[in-house]
Each structure stands twice: as C-alpha cells, then as structure tokens.
Write a protein that binds this ligand. Structure first.
Ligand code: ZN
Length: 213
C-alpha cells in the first residue's frame, strides 16, 4: 500500500498565464511538457489544446504512427480523456498537414526521428504555437531521443511528476521490470511503474544482481 505524501506545488501565476496567451502578431513559440510515464503529460497536453479549441483556434495533434498503445487515431490519456490525432510516419510529414493550423500538439515526441527539432523550429518561426509532450528519460534513466533538444529550444518547459509506487514520493523515472526489449517497448502498468530516484536506483541494482524487484 502506497502512502501518498502531500506535495507542495506552488505555481508562478504570471508564468502560467503567459503560457496560455494565444498566438498573436504572427509570433509563435514552443512549449514542452515532459516527465515519466503516468505523470500526466498527455492529460496536460489535451488540457492545453482543448483551451485553444475553446478559443476558436485551429488545432491539430500529431503523434508517431508506431504509438499504438491505446488507439490509432485518438490521443488518449490514462484517464480516458481524448482528442483526435493525426498519426504521421516521420517529423517532416507534419509540415504537409498544417495549412491554417494555429496550435499544434505533438504527443509521444520521444519516439519521433531526429528531424523533429528542425520541424518544430520552423513551425514556431511561422507563428504557430507548438505544445509537445514526451518522456524525458527512458527505462534506464537516460535522456530519451530528441527530447533534450526540444527542451533546450522551447520557450516554456514543464516537468510533471508521477508518484513513486514504492514510497509515495515524487517520481521522475519510468522503471521497467525487465531489461530485455530495448529502449522502445510499449507497455502499461504490467511493464512499468513510476519511481523516485532512490527506489529506481535500488530496482536497477537488483536487476543487475539478477533479481526481479
Ligand atoms: Zn520511492
């Protein structure tokens, strides 16, 4: 049984407010929402894109075609909130589907190819608002794909956290129960759990020693 400790999160109201001013005067920017699995990244992406939709802006969410955990077309969060999405084969393809789109969401950005940062940069320079969600670290705790580049380029970066399944602390790692399968292994609660630094490190050490913990 995990005991959940209260977490004190203070929001910089001004910063939050600024982020949600919709594009004007043809000025674009990049926002990144990163964190571990089960940290609420997609929920936050959906929330922001829905706000833009309410503001009557033209929106579209892209995701890599390989991401088929839940649904081929919808961007679905763990709490079943969803928006329709556009699956693409590669980052370059996004440029073909943006026409008059003003706010662009990109989900599971860590699975995109190396071309994504340049595409996103181009879109922001065209005056579009880009909201990107992705895993910042893989199951080994290493920076994931193009995420570090995107975080460096973005005007705004939010790191969201899950709760450690062992001690209830703030979790930033996606701990995987098995070492096999490489960096890309889709899965859910049966394969992964969020862990804090201490519990992640302990688990990795046990795996090294050949135990499953
Ligand atoms: Zn922990």
């Amino acid at each position: 049984m995990v005991r959940i400790k209260p977490i004190n999160i203070t929001f910089d109201v001004d910063y939050q407010h600024r982020m949600f001013i919709e594009p004007k005067n043809n000025k674009g920017w990049i926002e990144v929402i990163c964190g571990s699995m089960f940290s609420g990244k997609t929920e936050e992406l959906i929330r922001r894109v829905k706000r833009a939709k309410i503001a009557n802006l033209k929106i579209r969410i892209f995701k890599p075609k390989m991401e088929t955990r839940y649904d081929k077309v919808k961007v679905v969060s763990h709490d079943d909130n969803y928006l329709d999405s556009f699956p693409v084969d590669n980052a370059e393809e996004i440029l073909r589907w943006i026409d008059d789109i003003e706010v662009i969401g990109i989900d599971e950005a860590q699975f995109f190819d190396q071309g994504l940062p340049a595409v996103v940069d181009k879109l922001a320079n065209m005056g579009k608002r880009i909201i990107i969600a992705g895993l910042d670290m893989d199951y080994l705790g290493q920076p994931f794909g193009v995420m570090p580049d995107l975080m460096a380029m973005a005007e705004y970066v939010n790191k969201v956290h899950a709760i450690c399944m062992h001690c209830g602390d703030v979790a930033q790692y996606s701990y995987r129960f098995t070492k096999s399968g490489g960096q890309v292994q889709l899965g859910e609660r049966d394969k992964y759990e969020p862990r804090c630094r201490t519990c992640f490190t302990k688990g990795m050490a046990s795996q090294q020693a050949g135990k499953r913990r």
